[in-house]
Design a protein around this ligand. Structure first.
Ligand code: 13P
Length: 248
């Protein structure tokens, strides 16, 4: 059975008092799982994540970072700072960053380069909006995001990135993409990455309303290597069910 990657994205949720038991439970769940388990948390909880998860099987990290090393960038956090907390992962280019904070493909590209240079594993998100899908532009939008985000990167660098296809219309809406829609787009993304960068074994996750009731269907598709899970990662019981989904 191929290992799947199940990574939580807490977004701006949770609080300190809930996180202590949560991290403890997650470490135990990961220990009993053959899948790769991870969680990306708000910056301010990275110290607790390091204390409770460093040395366990859980990969952890941040939900964003800035591409500069240091300087007058009020409110920003650098890759070096994430390394102070022994982070494994950093999400880059989430659609919420792209839409609410106007992050461009060029911003995503700079962040990916810095994350890789700093030894972090970027989780690069991409995905189309509902209007783009309805306008038959989903594939061209995804291709543009991938080529823009990866420009100038070499084979060795691209092969260290985890990707996440997150159709904007499926995020936080309760309406997941169908497993066929997700499979089709992820297979397409893998083809683009293979053709342009020569990387044939890319890890691409699906994100957007993944939950215990649809995880098995999504994760059993051949191109879908795992999930980036928002809402359903906040309840440890739901996240556990997704982590423990058995697929052939
Ligand atoms: P939901 O699982 O809440 O739809 O969020 C998905 C997501 O954006 C993960 O990054």
């Amino acid at each position: 059975m191929k290992k799947k990657y199940l990574i939580g994205n807490m977004k701006m949720n949770m609080d300190y008092s809930h996180l202590e038991p949560y991290f403890g439970d997650l470490a135990r769940i990961a220990d009993n799982s053959n899948n790769v388990v991870g969680v990306c948390v708000p910056y301010v909880y990275l110290e607790l994540a390091k204390y409770m998860l460093d040395g366990t099987k859980v990969l952890y990290g941040a939900e964003n970072m800035y591409h500069e090393d240091s300087g007058a960038y009020t409110g920003e956090i650098s890759a070096n700072m994430l390394n102070d907390f022994a982070c494994d992962l950093v999400i880059v280019g989430h659609s919420e960053r792209r839409s609410y904070f106007h992050e461009s493909d060029l911003d995503v590209n700079k962040k990916i380069k810095k994350a890789l240079d700093s030894g972090l594993t970027p989780i690069m998100c991409f995905g189309e909006t509902l209007e783009e899908r309805q306008g038959n532009m989903a594939f061209s939008v995804v291709e543009k995001q991938l080529m823009g985000g990866l420009q100038g990167l070499e084979y060795d660098e691209v092969s260290r990135i985890i990707f996440a296809y997150e159709p904007v219309w499926a995020i936080g809406t309760g309406v997941s993409a169908t497993s066929d829609q997700a499979e089709e787009m992820i297979a397409f993304a893998k083809r683009i990455i293979a053709e342009n960068f020569g990387v044939k074994e890319t890890i691409v996750l699906y994100g957007g309303s993944m939950k215990p009731s649809n995880a098995e269907d999504l994760l059993s598709k051949p191109s879908i290597d795992g999930g980036l899970i928002g809402g359903a990662c906040l309840k440890i019981d739901d996240f556990e069910k997704i982590i423990n989904v058995k697929v052939e």
